[in-house]
Design a binder for this molecule. Structure first.
Ligand code: KG4
Ligand code: ZN
Length: 336
């Protein structure tokens, strides 16, 4: 029997999970609300909050899983990428815990963890698959060929899709993170009422900064003409802007599918909660004959269960780390 405790602390969620022989026994997440009033994650506050949360979160994960520390066979943690101060808390805690228990350490790349989330409850997932990873920190199309091997086919060159949602939401005076509110207001809106420019960038990469700027200029100009413009047209504004983001993401995904011939499609990251993205993805899948696999939402946003799943595969392959490993803040690319 193999029982692993996994820790995720790359951004603003402190999470711990226990996995036993590939089955998730617990997944405790403490999301930091302190950042809301600042309109974005404040790195210094995030690391301090992780420091306060990590022990109770790990304790809860062990209790919920009904596992004693001495039952553990390995400790896994997100090595990077992420915020340095946040990563250091999880990295240091995991190292000390593994040292104290005299059990091996497993490092997990955050991107690998998002991909591994697809295997939770679906151990026989068909390979290869293409994953559209869309969150507040990433926008990527990744090809996964085995539970331990993947290649990044395209990524954003500036903002992430979640940031594109959140920044527009900020312009509309929504509280942070505003992505879910854009989704909510868009439900009653006409997605074709206003047309925002489609970002132009080669290959399978993405760009969202121009779209965000065009949204800002659009709102400024319309508000000059009519100060009540936003209030009178909120649903259509949200629906049209969301339509541009979603159609852009799906167009790129369709291009990746065509180029690789892969029709197994995954979706991960916090933006996977977007109802219009889900609806349009399923519609595109029907048109193109794709098989779509979306992990349960609690495994799409940052969580330790996905880290545990990635660690399970690394444990089986004997991929352990020494105490000398240190966090990295930027993506190191595909592969393990
Ligand atoms: O994966 P995640 O929880 O955290 C990190 O990025 O680390 O993703 C959060 C992002 C935020 O930008 C949030 O606005 C966005 O996901 N998001 C949404 C929705 N729910 C969350 N964006 C659009 N529509 C949603 N329903
Ligand atoms: Zn993430």
């Amino acid at each position: 029997m193999c029982t692993i405790l996994a820790i995720e602390s790359s951004c603003d969620d402190t999470s711990a999970s226990v996995i036993q022989d590939g089955n998730i026994l617990s997944n405790v997440i403490s999301s930091q609300v302190i950042h809301q009033k600042y309109g974005g994650v404040v790195p210094e506050l995030a690391s301090r909050a992780h420091q306060g949360n990590i022990v109770p979160v790990v304790e809860s994960a062990l209790i919920e899983a009904n596992i004693r520390k001495t039952d553990l066979n390995a400790i896994a943690f997100t090595q990077g990428p992420g915020l340095l101060g946040s990563l250091l808390v999880g990295n240091s805690f995991a190292k000390a815990f593994a040292l104290g228990l005299n059990i091996p350490l497993i490092t997990v790349d955050h991107l690998h963890a998002h991909l591994a989330a697809h295997f939770i409850g679906s151990p026989d997932l068909k390979m290869p698959f293409l994953c559209l990873l869309v969150s507040g920190g990433h926008t990527m199309i990744v090809k996964m060929t085995s539970p331990l091997e993947y290649t990044i086919l395209g990524r954003t060159t500036d903002d992430a899709a979640g940031e594109a949602f959140d920044k527009a939401a900020k312009i509309l005076d929504f509280p942070y993170p505003g992505g879910p509110l854009v989704d909510k207001y868009a439900l009653d809106g006409n997605p074709l009422r206003f047309v925002f420019p489609e970002p132009q960038i080669p290959n399978l990469d993405f760009s969202f900064s121009g779209l965000k700027t065009s949204f800002l200029y659009f709102i400024q100009q319309k508000t000059r003409e009519n100060p009540a413009f936003v209030a009178e047209n909120l649903a259509d504004i949200c629906a049209s802007y969301q339509h541009r983001i979603v159609t852009y993401l799906l167009k790129r995904l369709a291009k990746a599918s065509k180029e690789t011939g892969i029709k197994n499609i995954g979706l991960a990251g916090g933006v996977a909660a977007n109802s219009y993205l889900r609806k349009m993805l399923l519609q595109t899948a029907e048109e193109k004959g794709w098989q779509v696999h979306i992990p349960a939402f609690e495994y799409c946003t940052d969580n330790a269960a996905m880290v545990a799943m990635a660690a399970h595969f690394k444990y089986k392959a004997g991929l352990f780390s020494g105490q000398e490993v240190s966090p990295y803040t930027r993506s190191v690319g595909g592969g393990i």
